[in-house]
Design a protein around this ligand. Sequence first.
Ligand code: SF4
Length: 338
Amino acid sequence: MGHLLEVKDLKVTFALRFGDLTAIDGVSFTLDRKEKLGLVGESGAGKSVTGFSIINLISKPGFISEGKVIFEGLELQSLSDKDIRSIRGNRISMIFQDPMMTLNPVLTIGTQMIETVMAHKKVSKKEAAEIALEKLNKVYIPSPEKRLQQYPHECSGGMRQRIVIAIALLTDPSLIIADEPTTALDVTIQAGIMDLLIELCNTENMGLILITHDLAVVSQVTEKIAVMYAGKIIETGPTDLIVKKPRHPYTKGLIKSLPGAQQPGETLNQIPGMMPTLTDIPKGCAFHPRCEIHESVCTTKIPILQEAGQKDHLAACHLLHKTLEETNGAQSTPEQDN
Ligand code: SF4
């Protein structure tokens, strides 16, 4: 059987007055049901554009210029706008950082949930209310009957995000794309929301794409990671390998900058410099102006993803032999890298 989602060589272009800009360049990955993939990188890396392009929600002047998105066996680019809208509303749900992007402040939670169910399923209002209650129970909302009567502003931030997840479940989707779903929340509440997403993936047989700048969050939630930089995936593989034995200098930098990655007394290690803007992507490896180990080849030749040691672990770097030495020296024994 095929994958739940297959993204193949995706390219997203923005057609601007002064010429075309490539925002996403050759991004490929797969996702199965119950699988969780983290799309990671700093702001401007292309994570959210990748997420939006899966549901064909890129705002103009952006468009998918190359590649394919195959979801449940259907090639989305070949479908009509109406069919894509139906998939977006039914089979794929999105969760955003700000719950108020989903919730309407002037309607009760019950009204919003019942309207959503009735727009997608041929059911009575009473049946729609029962479905709404069932989904609120699934996201562990206490006193769900009471919540249905309330307005969004009467709920806490964490509770609102749980309600948004319940709304996302109303159409029984098979894929959830969550874009920084906990960034605005308190750390203790974040963990509860992440645990909930993991549980729902398993119980509801869904795939999850978690888009975030926070490698620490992704490492707790996902089985695989794709690290993005300047519109490309520059390292991908099983989460455990990426976190414990990163091979790309950018991923290594992200990991070193995590709180807790330092030795006692060391300061937090930030990657110097900034993510380039789309109009100003450096030649060769886009990371080279920030890369401590770059050599002249890095300034002229674009590195492509290649095997980085173990199964399914790929990295796009000309100097993987060097980064392997560093990784072995710092974190592992040589025989682990066969
Ligand atoms: Fe650094 Fe060169 Fe590798 Fe790019 S290709 S990450 S510049 S070493």
